[in-house]
Design a protein. Structure first.
Length: 667
């Protein structure tokens, strides 16, 4: 005879409709699972009815999945000894002290509530000098098991975590131990019978909140629904009814101390259970079936090169949490002396420990995906491996601190048609040139307000509709709209650089199909041309060709003034043969331009149908403003030539100047 708690009517309805529970069959299902466990010589498991039922519900009553989950429950516990050890006892002094600090708060729900169970984790509330991250995880694991044994909301409706980031410091972030976090995340997904239904960060730094909203748009809809970040402390009320919360969170249900005392009492009532867990476990020597692949602890989690066992939902959540962790690290560490001194070594350690995950990149439209496959040599099934190889190479370069998120790396791969060696060279050049010539390439300390002032003039216009609707992005450059006595061409180039970086981050059309530029030279004066020195032109073209993953597909000059041909002939030899073949000088012959770029793809001010210039400026102004935090963050990236292995970069020969202009075709 089984001994089970009857479910409240609301939860019973959910269990039947969503978990495939058939009340009349529950007893026989538990019996079948118990019989199977008794036949496993390698497995010593808890046989209590409620314990087994929680695994059946967590597996939606698939008996085979429940068997696998229980096996993983004990198998993975055995290979995380830093968490699952002799300290998991109800009277362990360290366990009790952590409970009393209120790092983890279980929030009781009213009877009749059918929502997910709620836990608040106060990330910044423990002393990292006294407690390790694994100690906090250990206490969390104990209450996770109590939750699966007695909390019907958790086993039927899942659970939700509120991550309170109040008081988080660099030390808290350093303590997170990415490899342990990855292991325990695998355990929570593959082994625990409770399902995570949401993770919500509150009281985060304001700067992080803005960046996160952009980051979140890259993730699947299911993940976007389950994850949120807010700097507002009252955001918690959107997830948890005020009546359930302690007074410290604006609620009415006692205090944090009341909650911790209840939790300590609850833990004490599970003395016999946790003493029993000391004898439960796994003995791989007695396993009758084939052992799990790999001999090391890491192989259970795929750290040895394969994460095939991880569920996609958890991978998305894992990847998102890692992105959140990285962004918080940058936001907080940038403003602390300890963070500045140690963030690079911490990032290197984190990157080495990260699991191999499906790439976090925007899906391409069918048309763009077809172009990427046919024109860029993209093999969708190999993207993950290509990104991993590139990231590992970057990690091994002591001189190079580069962005290594999946989207950035795949953009460079696409810009180099998936030649790994060319991609390495382009990434190196990208950061090398921006570090060597920060005033020229606008990499650091960007004056966004000054750039916006120039941008509002309409010197650089990126048209919304690509050429022929499935072709390159079109850029209209109007050289004469700025006053050369007030602005330099270098400053205008900086403004263009801001837009290029946003395209690198967001514009799959430009990345896959390339760029077509139209330079309108109407009303250009001698003063404008004097700003464009040969040395400046060479720097600009070298960066475009050797550092940017945006592929130019054509440059068209229209409304060219007298004398332009002479200057053009001076500059043209400094370009590569491929670039020279993409240059078109139309003079004032608009029909010649229309043969290459049909009139309808120009803005309305030029007689076309591709948006109006004021509307485009207004839209882009908002995008540029949203990138303030991004440019601050760019200060963390670049190169240190003193650490470069092998031959140093010869910057003079790179630009072909070497003190003379003998490469110029004066004729």
């Amino acid at each position: 005879m089984t001994f089970l708690r009857p479910l409240p009517a609301g939860l019973q309805k959910i269990a039947i409709e969503e978990l495939n529970e058939v009340p009349d069959r529950v007893e026989s299902d538990i019996s079948s699972l118990r019989i199977w466990l008794q036949k496993q010589p390698h497995l010593s498991a808890c046989m209590e009815d409620q314990f087994l039922l929680s695994f059946l519900r967590g597996s939606k009553f698939s008996l085979e999945k429940a068997k696998q989950k229980i096996d993983r429950f004990y198998t993975l516990q055995a290979v995380i000894p830093e968490v699952f050890n002799e300290h998991r006892l109800v009277d362990d002094p360290q366990v009790l002290e952590i409970i009393r600090m209120g790092v983890i708060l279980r929030i009781p729900l009213d009877k009749g509530d059918t929502g997910p169970a709620v836990t608040i984790i106060r990330v910044g509330s423990y002393d990292t000098q006294k407690f390790k991250f694994q100690d906090i995880i250990r206490v969390g694991s104990m209450f996770g098991e109590i939750m699966m044994l007695e909390d019907d909301n958790a086993t039927v409706s899942g659970y939700m975590e509120i991550m309170d980031m109040t008081g988080v410091t660099a030390a808290n972030l350093f303590a997170l131990q990415p490899q342990l976090l990855s292991k325990f995340s695998a355990y929570a997904d593959e082994a625990m019978p409770t399902r995570q239904k949401g993770i919500h960060f509150i009281n985060v730094p304001r700067a992080f909140e803005t960046g996160f909203k952009s980051l979140l748009s890259w993730f699947p809809g299911k993940i976007r629904e389950r994850v949120s970040v807010s700097a507002d402390p009252e955001a918690i009320f959107e997830r948890v009814s005020r009546e359930y919360l302690p007074v410290e969170y604006g609620g009415t249900k006692g205090s944090i101390q009341d909650l911790t005392e209840e939790m300590e009492s609850k833990l004490g009532s599970y003395r016999s259970y946790f003493e029993g867990t000391q004898i439960f476990g796994i003995n791989e020597q007695l396993r009758e079936e084939q052992r799990l692949p790999g001999n090391s602890h890491e192989s259970h989690f795929g750290v040895d090169g394969s994460f095939r066992l991880l569920a996609i939902d958890r991978l998305d959540s894992n990847r998102l949490f890692q992105s959140i962790h990285d962004s918080l690290s940058i936001t907080i560490l940038r403003h602390t002396k300890a963070g500045v001194a140690t963030r690079r070594s911490f990032a290197d350690q984190s990157n080495r420990a990260l699991p191999k995950m499906p790439p976090a990149i925007r899906p391409l439209s069918p048309e763009l995906q077809k172009n990427a496959v046919e024109k860029l040599n993209e093999i969708p099934e190999k993207i993950e491996d290509d990104i991993a190889a590139l990231r590992e190479w970057i990690r091994q370069q002591p001189h190079l601190k580069a962005r290594t998120d999946d989207q950035t790396l795949v953009n460079f791969l696409r810009g180099c048609k998936y030649s790994l060696e060319r991609t390495k060279s382009k990434i190196d050049r990208f950061y090398t040139l921006r570090t060597k010539y920060p005033d020229f390439y606008a990499a650091h300390n960007v004056d966004v307000d000054k750039m916006l002032e120039i941008f509002r003039l309409g010197a650089i216009i990126l048209l919304p509709r690509p050429l022929n609707d499935n072709g390159p992005r079109i850029a209209l450059l109007r050289q004469a709209v700025y006053d050369p006595s007030k602005y330099t061409f270098q400053e205008v180039n900086h403004a263009a650089g801001l837009m290029q970086q946003i395209m690198l981050n967001e514009d799959d059309v430009a990345i896959v199909n390339g760029m077509v530029s139209i330079l309108d030279l109407a009303n250009v004066t001698t003063a404008h041309f004097l700003h464009m020195t040969p040395a400046f032109a060479k720097k600009m073209t070298v960066f475009q060709e050797e550092a940017l993953p945006l592929r130019p597909q054509g440059v068209h000059f229209i409304n060219t003034p007298g004398g332009f041909e002479t200057i053009f002939n001076m500059v043209k030899p400094m370009l590569s043969k491929k670039q020279q073949g993409r240059l078109y000088v139309h003079g004032s012959k608009w029909e010649a331009l229309y043969e290459q770029v049909p009139k309808k793809y120009l803005p309305v001010e030029y007689g076309g149908e591709n948006g109006s210039i004021p509307e485009i400026i207004a839209e882009w102004e908002q995008r540029i403003l949203a990138y303030r935090g991004f440019w601050e963050e760019e200060n963390n990236y670049g190169t240190d030539e003193s650490l470069r292995l092998g031959k140093a970069v010869d910057f003079e020969s790179l630009f072909g100047l070497q003190g003379s202009f003998r490469q110029l075709n004066v004729d």
